[in-house]
Design a protein. Structure first.
Length: 479
């Protein structure tokens, strides 16, 4: 019986990773369509690979710091290496993201196996968790794009794995130091993780589990955590200005009352926030019932719980993009089978509880799969050809003709030369390259590329005429 189950488990795991690979590589450069946040990260990696500069070109030979970029070196460096090895391309950048998607899946499966090491009745749960993850549409929407959400979560889950092994199996000091380094890498990946992991770790080590770790062990974790963060400050700006990225969720400095009111309403009116909240409440209820039964709540469970609670609160104060609660949504999926089992055991026997978990999660996997293929960012962009079009239209532009990219950072990667100027505006308080705008007013640049957000009534292009339109872009040339 055990042998048959083991073979079935291996088959299902292989199937899951094959599905993940197929969905990840399917039209990798087109689904989802590239956009400005991705282009901003790609540009830094491109300039680092070509010029050794961690920044943006705003004019030929003129670079500015990337201190405002909210995705850090744990993402930029691997993409830089990919560009050095394979040349600059969107495929080379997104290939790194697929690697992170696989690593996240491995870390989630690994941690799930640790939650039920000696309980044969729960051996199916890690496989269920894996299928819940790979059928989850945001994994591909946020994961295939060059963004920081998936890499940051990958480092964090591996940190939980290391911390669990240290506490429960092998109490060797390098493991808790490694856990700290992985948490630090997660925090250096994106400010979201910094404002969630730091207070979570302090609560775990100095409040909920203060007697479980010696002062030296706590110090090793904190030391490991600080090393990647110190390099992040140095690599990104070399000064304190990088700390301004703490305000990434509200760069327009909108009233917090307004943000909280608007985002709170979304948990009653929009499907994605409702699903996220339902997963969270189910996980938390299962954790509560587990604690009431005198079952030990693991340190890593407390860590993840505090992280998710803070993520929920912090989401309310942001612009409300769904990717801001993506990390906790994945954690909720990770713990879901175990939470459901604890809830069902409150009324049912173990066998019926197990069957109930299998039924509920199978339904959720089916619903998530339907959303993935028919009602998601991924499915909405299945006919996109943006990367192909940009490569075709910009790839033929000669180096002798200068190009001005007006707030379209994703397009720069497709230009085959460096004779370009650039203006960037991510928010009211995040604007760079405005010194180059007078060049357009005087007609000093040969070509201008804008997208659908650009309005000639706001910024007249009196010295230019429309040359061509493609995808969401318009290319102007000098009269």
């Amino acid at each position: 019986m055990n042998s048959a189950f083991s073979r079935l488990s291996v088959l299902l795991i292989v199937l899951a990773f094959c599905v993940l690979g197929a969905l990840s590589f399917w039209r990798l450069t087109e689904i989802p369509a590239t956009w400005m946040d991705e282009g901003a990260i790609d540009q830094v990696a491109m300039n680092l690979a070509q010029k050794g500069i961690y920044g943006y070109q705003i004019a030929p030979g003129d670079f500015i710091s990337a201190e405002f970029l909210t995705t850090g070196y744990p993402v930029v460096y691997p993409i830089t290496l990919s560009f050095l090895l394979f040349g600059k391309s969107l495929f080379a950048a997104r290939f790194i993201m697929v690697v992170f998607m696989f690593l996240l899946s491995i870390s989630v499966y690994w941690y799930s196996t640790l939650l039920a090491p000696n309980r044969s009745s729960l051996r199916l749960f890690p496989i269920i968790t894996l299928f819940l993850l790979i059928s989850f549409a945001p994994l591909y929407g946020h994961g295939k794009n060059v963004l920081g959400e998936v890499p940051g979560l990958t480092f964090f889950v591996f940190s939980l794995v290391s911390l669990y092994i240290f506490e429960q199996k092998h109490r060797v000091e390098w493991l808790i130091f490694l856990s700290g380094i992985l948490s630090g890498l997660s925090m250096a990946t994106k400010p979201l993780y910094l404002i969630l992991i730091l207070p979570s770790s302090l609560c775990v080590f100095f409040l909920f589990r203060r007697k479980s770790f010696s002062l030296k062990e706590k110090g090793l974790f904190m030391l490991g955590m600080c090393i990647p963060l110190l390099w992040w400050i140095f690599a990104q700006s070399g000064d304190h200005s990088v700390l301004n990225t703490f305000f990434y969720g509200n760069p327009d400095q909108t009233s917090f009352i307004s943000l909280i009111t608007r985002n709170s309403a979304r948990f009653f009116t929009e499907i994605s926030p409702i699903y996220f909240l339902a997963l969270l409440l189910c996980w938390w209820l299962g954790m509560l019932l587990k604690g009431r039964k005198d079952s030990k709540i693991l340190t890593t469970e407390w860590f993840a719980f505090i992280f998710s609670f803070l993520n929920l609160i912090s989401f309310l104060t942001t612009r409300g993009f769904y990717r801001y609660f993506f990390p906790s949504e994945v954690l909720a999926l990770l713990f879901l089978p175990y939470a459901l089992y604890s809830i069902m055991q409150f009324r049912l026997n173990p066998t019926r509880s197990l069957l109930g978990v299998v039924f509920v999660t199978a339904v959720l996997i089916g619903i998530q799969s339907y959303q993935l293929f028919f009602h998601s960012w991924v499915s909405d962009s299945q006919h996109s050809a943006r990367a192909t079009i940009l490569s075709r239209e910009l790839g033929v532009l000669e180096p002798k003709r200068s190009v001005f990219f007006y707030n379209v950072p994703e397009a720069v990667l497709f230009l085959p030369h460096k004779n370009y100027y650039q203006y960037l505006r991510f928010a009211d308080t995040v604007e760079r390259g405005s010194d180059t705008l007078p060049l357009l007013e005087r007609g000093r640049v040969d070509l201008v590329l804008v997208d659908g957000r650009f309005s000639t009534s706001t910024f007249p292009l009196n010295h230019y005429k429309e040359k061509s339109r493609f995808d969401k872009y318009t290319l102007y040339e000098k009269k």
